[in-house]
Design a protein around this ligand. Structure first.
Ligand SMILES: [Zn+2]
Length: 187
């Protein structure tokens, strides 16, 4: 079992100096992480929270937050890279269909943000999906013309957008296990 350490930042948004109430709490994060670990146990990977940081507010116009790459860059550039994964937990973002954003294959450093969805299972699914990206997985493309393929993938963890499935194929499990991120923290 590989154990991957996380530093979890609970980052409130602000707009023009007015800080918005943050929905994530440390308890909510721990509950979501249980969902994450139930999902990723199949790859013999366990994520462990090393540290919680109540982050300073990020002042950003609401309209700018849905540019997910830019948001992740801003969040991660505020902190030094360390030998662990940085996870930024943020409030819901208008007009952002993805649950969060990650640097695929941990490049330049392992970091993701995860939106708040209001319940443990959705929060955990979004978080597990982002960690899938950090372990080199890309989105699965469902071909709805191909019923058999669609049925096999519709409940996959790596469907794009707001799915609820947490399935992983053997190929995905293999890719995750041999990813740069898992290798970095195993053995
Ligand atoms: Zn994704």
């Amino acid at each position: 079992m590989s154990s991957i350490p996380l530093k979890v930042y609970i980052t409130p948004f602000a707009e023009k100096g007015a800080v918005e109430a943050q929905k994530w709490t440390t308890d909510a994060a721990k509950a979501a992480l249980n969902v994450v670990n139930a999902t990723w146990a199949k790859a013999d990977v366990a994520f462990v929270i090393n540290d919680f940081v109540m982050d300073r507010p990020l002042d950003m116009a609401k309209s700018a937050r849905s540019r997910d790459r830019d948001l992740l860059d801003v969040l991660s550039l505020r902190h030094q890279p360390e030998n662990l994964v940085h996870i930024y937990l943020v409030n819901p973002i208008e007009n952002l269909k993805a649950g969060g954003c990650s640097y695929v294959d941990s490049n330049p450093e392992p970091a993701s943000f995860v939106q708040w969805y209001g319940n443990v299972d959705s929060n955990g699914r979004a978080w597990a999906h982002e960690l899938g990206h950090l372990m080199s997985l890309d989105h699965v493309q469902i071909d709805y013309q191909n019923e058999k393929q669609a049925a096999a993938l519709v409940n996959n963890l790596m469907t794009e957008g707001l799915g609820m499935g947490k399935d992983l194929t053997d190929k995905q499990l293999g890719s995750a296990k041999s990813s740069k991120l898992v290798k970095r923290f195993s053995g």
